[in-house]
Design a protein around this ligand. Structure first.
Ligand code: PBG
Length: 325
């Protein structure tokens, strides 16, 4: 036989030479939940190993994450007071803005901070924008997203990541940042974000479940592919620097299409439900958690992502260092 594919599988040396997907440990981002209050480190039952931190406790664990080799973080905030305009999202003393200042004060440029720009954690009704009756008003919401992004940048954020799925938000945020002299702050847009059942554990962590209805009038319908490409291209035209697909595992086809249709870096968010599923199955003894983490993580990069947001970020970096991913 002339062609024997098994020749390239004979041992770990040759397998690693023939490997197509090589993952950079600098490409992973860890989500962090910040909550108003003092001395908090509240464990999240649905996101085993993750916590809600107050600003005074978070830096201790960030030190540990940095030592583990993770340097990029996406911040989510849980305010004490919510209102219909989500005002704590852009208040100078709002939870995320205080967190950004404190973390940057301690770690400066050793750390790269991204803010999730959205309203659902801050609004009393839990929707991602300003309500008009029972509908989220797109254009009114844009003004608030601009305020949130600008306040985060003024507090010292390195990159903003709008996740609300309003139309036109990338250009709205881009123009506000340009006008205020922040032309170098990148936007990572949650471009193809689907209305997904995989977000449930996050909504417990971020206390952001909608009080009525669902997010289907703004997040995407998971039956659609072409619409995702439309969203991705539109965000690129509006000035996004990185495009994101979310969730990741049930959307590997969308990640592959995003890769084909854009020259921008493609990020994937392996969301809370993906993490919780592996954790739960492992706890039941049905799967080997480490193997599942390595395989699912690799699949997301193999599909075409070059950046990954994951609750496994520190374990992924360890697995890369060991040569298991
Ligand atoms: C905010 C936001 C959500 C997630 C990231 N940003 C929740 C949602 O859209 O309901 C989900 C992340 C996860 O499940 O890990 N809009």
């Amino acid at each position: 036989m002339i062609s024997r594919p098994r020749r390239l599988r004979a041992n770990e040396h040759i397998r690693s030479l023939a490997r197509e997907t090589v993952i950079a440990k600098d490409s992973v981002i860890l989500p962090i939940f910040l909550k108003d209050g003092m001395q908090l480190k509240h464990p999240l039952s649905a996101l085993d190993g993750h916590y809600q931190y107050s600003v005074d406790t978070v830096c201790q664990d960030i030190e540990g994450f940095l030592n583990a080799g993770v340097k990029k973080f996406i911040l989510f905030g849980i305010p004490e007071k919510k209102d219909s305009f989500g005002s704590q999202a852009y208040a100078e003393e709002g939870i995320v803005n205080r967190g950004i200042r404190e973390i940057k004060k301690q770690f400066g440029n050793d750390i790269y901070l991204i803010s999730d720009v959205c309203m659902c954690e801050y609004t009393s009704h839990g929707h991602c924008g300003i309500l008009e009756g029972e509908m989220v008003d797109n254009d009114k919401t844009l003004n608030y997203l601009q305020k949130i992004a600008l306040s985060n940048v003024e507090a010292g954020i390195d990159m903003v990541a709008p996740s609300d799925m309003m139309d036109g938000r990338v250009s709205a945020i881009r123009s506000t940042l340009e006008e205020n002299g922040y032309c170098h702050t990148p936007i990572m847009s949650y471009s193809a974000k689907y209305a997904s059942g995989f977000y449930n554990p996050f909504r417990e962590a971020a206390e952001s479940a909608p009080s009525f209805g669902d997010r289907k009038t703004y997040q995407m319908d998971y039956h659609n592919t072409k619409e995702a490409i439309k969203e991705l291209i539109q965000d690129e035209r509006e000035g996004a620097d990185i495009l994101m697909v979310k969730p990741a595992l049930s959307y590997l086809d969308i990640i592959a299409k995003a890769r084909e249709n854009s020259h921008l870096p493609i990020a994937a968010y392996s969301v809370s439900g993906e993490y919780a599923m592996i954790k739960a199955a492992a706890r039941m003894g049905y799967v080997d958690e480490y193997k599942m983490m390595c395989e699912t993580t690799t699949s997301i990069y193999r599909a075409g992502a070059s950046i990954l947001i994951s609750y496994y970020a520190t374990d992924i970096v360890k697995a890369i260092e060991k040569g298991d991913i």
